[in-house]
Design a protein around this ligand. Structure first.
Ligand SMILES: CC(C)(COP(=O)(O)OP(=O)(O)OC[C@H]1O[C@@H](n2cnc3c(N)ncnc32)[C@H](O)[C@@H]1OP(=O)(O)O)[C@@H](O)C(=O)NCCC(=O)NCCS
Length: 131
């Protein structure tokens, strides 16, 4: 599972300087994160009391625009709800329009901004969804 995640991460985020490795994913799991990994996609999230944070989500380029990310968000949301989560949040690069549109379509709203947050100096938009 972890070597699959490392490969998927590199495929989904080719431009990132620091690519998450098998060990990064292992550490995330050890620290309490939930992970779903499929043939072409993955999602990582963390629950803290009644809040869940989406840490990362990716779909391989060949599998995009077929509803895969939406299906992962649905699975994650269902699991979070079962565990008492009331609010989901995430951070997204303000230049990442595919992701922003995915989250908006899934019911997330912009609730904040972290200026120059990423290594490319782009702002992070904070998005949240009540469930
Ligand atoms: C963002 C990402 C996860 C979307 O995955 P996906 O499986 O293609 O998304 P879906 O098929 O579920 O798309 C759902 C909706 O999101 C929006 N969307 C997805 N990709 C889009 C794009 N390239 N341009 C515009 N809107 C897009 C659309 O509204 C789409 O609905 P539609 O296809 O009916 O128009 C995928 O592009 C990806 O892995 N990108 C690289 C990694 C990344 O940026 N992750 C997010 C980090 S915060």
């Amino acid at each position: 599972m972890y070597s699959k995640l490392e490969k998927l991460y590199a495929t989904c985020f080719p431009d990132k300087t620091h690519k998450w490795t098998e060990n990064d994913f292992r550490d995330l799991k050890k620290s309490g994160c939930e992970i779903i990994v499929g043939e072409n996609s993955f999602i990582v999230w963390r629950v803290s009391v009644d809040e869940a944070e989406i840490i990362s989500i990716g779909v391989a380029p060949t599998a995009r625009r077929t509803g895969t990310a939406t299906a992962l968000l649905q699975l994650m949301e269902r699991d979070a709800k079962k565990n008492g989560v009331k609010n989901i949040f995430l951070e997204v690069d303000d230049a990442n329009l595919p992701a922003i549109q995915l989250y908006q379509k899934f019911g997330f709203k912009n609730t904040g901004i972290r200026p120059h947050y990423y290594e490319n100096r782009h702002n992070a938009i904070i998005m949240t969804k009540e469930i």
